[in-house]
Write a protein that binds this ligand. Structure first.
Ligand code: MF3
Ligand code: CO
Length: 253
């Protein structure tokens, strides 16, 4: 069942989203060769807790950290580690959730570390732009399949692939609510979009094939072909006037 939020719930979700965006800003400023992913995770946790929120991911189905940090061919759910050090030329995906007053915000970004290969920058740019192409259909009168197909088309037009094994999701009191928000699909299909739904829309894009494998830690998700992968996610409120990014930060203006 898709939960339609009250305006009171939306007001709380704006705060959860703003805290999520703040934690992203802190993490973004720390990215440099030589820093470990666990140092980033600690700073993210502190940024969330400082604002009276809790990290949504910590202990979610046993997940052991506050954020997911995924390097290069890791698509999602990379577990931060003091032994994993960012290096010049890497790409790093950071996924953060914050729960405030019982409601979640969820957002992800991919960044280059120092100078990166232009093809890898293009992967990051296409992933981000695919989100905004899809966002143009996130309004009353559209169906979810319109959003999904638009994301898939944009990515495939750029000779890249969308991950199918994982999707975006509704979000609210629960981190993952109905509906699933696939990054592939068919226009005109799927649930009708209505005012005051809130969706986490999150294209995951691979330079090679869309196939994935889960490592023995039962979290880390990598591309099977070793190609690089990028991720871009916002928590989106479908307002009566159109989509509003609840997790927008300074760089999204
Ligand atoms: N942001 C990711 C999502 O949207 C999730 C984190 S999974 C967790 O599904 F277990 F780490 F929380
Ligand atoms: Co999500």
């Amino acid at each position: 069942m898709i939960h339609i939020k009250s305006m009171k719930e939306i007001e709380v979700m704006k705060k959860a989203g703003a805290i999520t965006a703040y934690a992203h800003k802190i993490a973004r400023q720390m990215i440099r060769p030589g820093i470990s992913t666990s140092e980033l995770d600690l700073a993210i946790q502190q940024a969330i807790v400082q604002h009276g929120a809790t990290p949504s991911f910590l202990d979610y189905r046993g997940y052991p950290a506050s954020s997911c940090i995924s390097l290069n061919d890791t698509i999602i759910h990379g577990i931060p580690s003091k032994n994993e050090i960012l290096q010049e030329g890497d790409i790093v995906s950071i996924d953060i959730g914050a729960c405030f007053d019982g409601y979640h915000g969820d957002a992800a970004r991919t960044y280059g570390v120092g100078q990166i290969d232009p093809q890898h920058q293009k992967l990051i740019d296409v992933t981000r732009q695919s989100f905004f192409e899809g966002l143009a259909h996130v309004r009353e009168g559209h169906r979810l399949g319109d959003v999904s197909q638009t994301i898939q088309r944009y990515v495939e037009q750029n000779q890249m692939s969308v991950v199918r094994m994982f999707t975006g999701h509704g979000i609210g009191k629960e981190l993952h609510e109905d509906p699933a928000v696939p990054n592939y699909g068919t226009a005109g299909r799927g649930p009708k979009l209505e005012p005051n739904m809130v969706l986490a829309i999150e294209p995951m894009v691979n330079l090679g094939s869309h196939h994935v494998k889960v490592l023995d830690d039962e979290w880390t998700v990598k591309t099977t072909d070793g190609s690089l992968s990028a991720h871009y996610e916002h928590t989106v409120w479908i307002s009566p006037d159109g989509p509003v990014l609840l997790t927008a930060g300074d760089e999204d203006e």
